[in-house]
Design a protein around this ligand. Structure first.
Ligand code: DON
Length: 308
């Protein structure tokens, strides 16, 4: 299959729709000024081949796509004890919802809703001994997986910290149930910074590469990122929970494990074959990239690659 031609075709097909529909996330002020007329796509195969088209080299705020990588770190460090604090069920609610937490005594439904990712950040802070240590661990993982230096966007992190009322509420609410061990401040600082990681589609497709190779590091010769069982579990969580209350539609229309972010990025996995990263900042009502999802639908239609 000529992936380069396929990706170029997808970008050309969607070009006329750029800026026509959807809205850029505005509840984080630093994201509100991103130009919606951008679309990038990149893929990385399990044999190490790469292809990319459109704005694939433009860095963006990966937002909740980071939850995939912090979950990976927590699985590496905490093992199965992680699941004492975090569930594995789709929430059927928006990513920043507070309602379920009350009924479920502060145990988040899954690691990809905001509450779950904050609980994961708490585990990382405990393991690293401080928020600074947890943030350094996150950047070290992202840099190792993408093979290029990766950093936080300080402006986006500060913008989230200044306006993250719901996340601050979620963290305090979980703390009140005894489900957060550390002070809320370093946990939230870790969470806001992980969301503010800046990467482009090429780097993201490569960084997620371990998910299509049973956990093997995208650059051969290094120790595995996750074992086979952990890798299968991350992919399962992406399929069932990675796009929040759109997960059913995504499985129906695309049929790939995906993780989205309100920066407009989406990572998708074709197990044993390849990983894809798409980015277009305008979002649909569920907080997922509108054209990003269309790009994935086109990719699946053209290649017939799907887990089903
Ligand atoms: O905490 C937030 O609301 C954002 N930093 C991340 C949310 C997000 O990306 C949800 N994904 N679609």
């Amino acid at each position: 299959m000529n992936f380069q031609t396929i990706l170029e075709d997808i970008v050309a097909t969607l070009q006329p729709e750029l800026g026509a529909a959807g809205t850029v996330a505005s509840y984080i002020p630093a994201l509100a000024c991103v130009d919606p007329r951008q679309l990038g796509i990149a893929l990385h195969t399990c044999r190490g081949e790469e292809a990319a088209a459109g704005d694939s080299a433009t860095p963006f705020s990966i937002q909740s796509v980071s939850k995939l990588f912090t979950l990976t770190l927590a699985m590496q460090r905490v093992g199965d004890a992680l699941w004492e604090r975090i569930g594995r069920e789709p929430s059927g609610n928006p990513f920043n919802s507070l309602v379920q937490l009350e009924n479920e005594q502060g145990k988040p439904r899954n690691p990809f809703i905001n509450a779950g990712a904050i609980a994961v950040a708490d585990r990382l802070v405990t393991h690293a001994g401080s928020g600074e240590g947890a943030k350094a661990d996150i950047l070290a993982l992202m840099t190792s997986l993408s093979g290029e230096p990766i950093g936080f966007d300080a402006e986006v992190a500060a913008s989230e910290a200044a306006t993250g009322y719901r996340n601050i509420a979620l963290a305090n609410f979980m703390k009140s149930f005894g489900k957060i061990d550390n002070d809320v401040a370093p946990v939230l600082d870790t969470y806001f910074n992980q969301c503010a990681v800046r990467m482009n589609c090429r780097q993201l497709a490569r960084a997620a590469g371990f998910l299509c190779r049973d956990g093997a590091h995208p650059f051969g010769g290094r120790s595995d990122v996750t074992n086979e069982r952990q890798t299968r579990r991350i992919n399962a969580l992406m399929l069932t929970c990675g796009t929040y209350d759109a997960a059913g539609d995504v499985a129906f229309n695309i049929g790939l494990p995906c993780k989205s972010g309100v920066g407009g990025g989406i990572v998708a996995v074709v197990p044993d074959q390849l990983t894809l990263a798409v980015w277009s900042p305008a979002l649909d009502a569920t907080g997922n990239s509108l054209l990003g999802m269309k790009a994935l639908e086109l990719f699946v239609a053209k290649t017939r690659l799907s887990v089903f």
